[in-house]
Ligand binder design. Structure first.
Ligand code: AMP
Ligand code: TRP
Length: 326
């Protein structure tokens, strides 16, 4: 068996929040110790599929890279780069696109959700094919993401399988890695909706950049359920269950233990403790973010792109031969 590789990407479309941190980014960091190679990407081309301002994109790309370094992506152990600087992603996306069925792409829920908002465009439609290319150009074996990406990962495996059957064994079928707790963190203002960058209410999410006061305010204002018991029950108490998952992840303590400790005392005490745990957990991230130097971020990203281009080009040489364009 050759080296085991991880790949994942994140869009630079807004400030990162605890949902993406708990669902994906914490695993990005942890997997650095478990896999031979970890490759992470700021997927700026994906971010262009919804209306945006170029100056904004430029700034957010950089901020996103800086935040990834702050959460613990280590450039000495991981490859980190901007997707747009490695054109082989787009080349492979074209080839995979010729294998992707229209019916399957139309069934992608993210496409369906975004379709009426941004008025359909080819970029949104082809989004999951580019995502598959991101992963397959590195022949990744595993992809750490939140629960909402499982359909895109299924498509990725389908496309890899289709390519392998038609042109010869080339791509591993990548597995999805989601955390046991926190693969789907819900909005603080509506615990039946996913916490999301695009929610119009800033109170719905805790940002990695939020200070202690903002975090406490948001947790204390979080929608909880009727009654005053702290129980883990997604049907009856989605608001409390969501806070329990965050509490557990940020303290490393099992949910039953937390339920035991906070079952009496009411929501006020419970929320105070949840807020404290998140404040404490995010403090090092915020510190690292502030301490990073812009020139250093730029340098890391340029270095990453160079290495990623070399690797992607090696993959594409074989792919081009297999499909008959050499
Ligand atoms: P996004 O924040 O939508 O750009 O997504 C970045 C990564 O975080 C993806 O792997 C998502 O699956 C994951 N993610 C985003 N929102 C959540 C959430 N509310 N709960 C868990 N994971 C999430
Ligand atoms: N679609 C992912 C999201 O919305 C971002 C993404 C793009 C990605 N390419 C990827 C995730 C490749 C994992 C692997 O979060």
């Amino acid at each position: 068996m050759g080296p085991r590789r991880v790949f994942s990407g994140i869009q630079p479309t807004g400030d990162f929040h605890v949902g993406s941190y708990v669902g994906a980014l914490r695993n990005w960091v942890a997997l650095q110790d478990q896999f031979d190679e970890t490759i992470y990407c700021v997927v700026d081309l994906h971010a262009m599929t919804v209306p945006y301002d170029p100056a904004d994109l430029r700034a957010r790309r950089h901020e996103s890279a800086r935040m990834l370094l702050a959460v613990g992506v280590d450039p000495d152990r991981s490859l980190l780069y901007y997707q747009s600087e490695v054109p082989q992603h787009v080349e492979l996306a074209w080839i995979l696109g010729t294998l992707a069925g229209l019916g399957q792409l139309e069934r992608m829920t993210q496409f369906k959700e975004k379709a009426d908002r941004a008025k359909q465009n080819l970029g949104i439609f082809a989004y999951p094919v580019l995502q598959a290319a991101d992963i397959l150009v590195h022949k990744a074996h595993a992809v750490p993401v939140g629960d909402d990406q499982s359909q895109h990962l299924e498509l990725t495996r389908d496309l890899a399988h289709r390519f392998n059957s038609r042109f010869g064994e080339e791509f591993p079928l990548p597995e999805t890695i989601t955390p046991e707790i926190g693969s789907r963190i819900m909005s603080l203002t509506d615990p039946t909706a996913k916490m999301s960058k695009s929610d119009p209410s800033p109170r719905s999410r805790i940002l990695l950049k939020d200070g202690p006061d903002e975090i406490s305010k948001k947790v204390k204002a979080a929608v909880t359920d009727t009654g005053s018991d702290v129980v883990y029950d997604w049907e009856a108490k989605p608001g409390v269950s969501n806070l329990l998952e965050l509490f557990s992840v940020f303290t490393g303590r099992p949910i039953p233990e937390l339920v035991d400790e906070y079952s009496v005392g009411g929501y006020g005490v419970f929320k105070g403790a949840v807020a404290d745990a998140i404040v404490e957990g995010l403090a090092p991230v915020r510190e690292a973010y502030d301490a990073l130097d812009d020139a250093e971020v730029t340098e890391v990203m340029a270095r990453g792109a160079g290495t990623a281009r070399d690797r992607a080009e090696t993959s594409m040489k074989t792919v081009r031969e297999r499909v008959g364009i050499v």
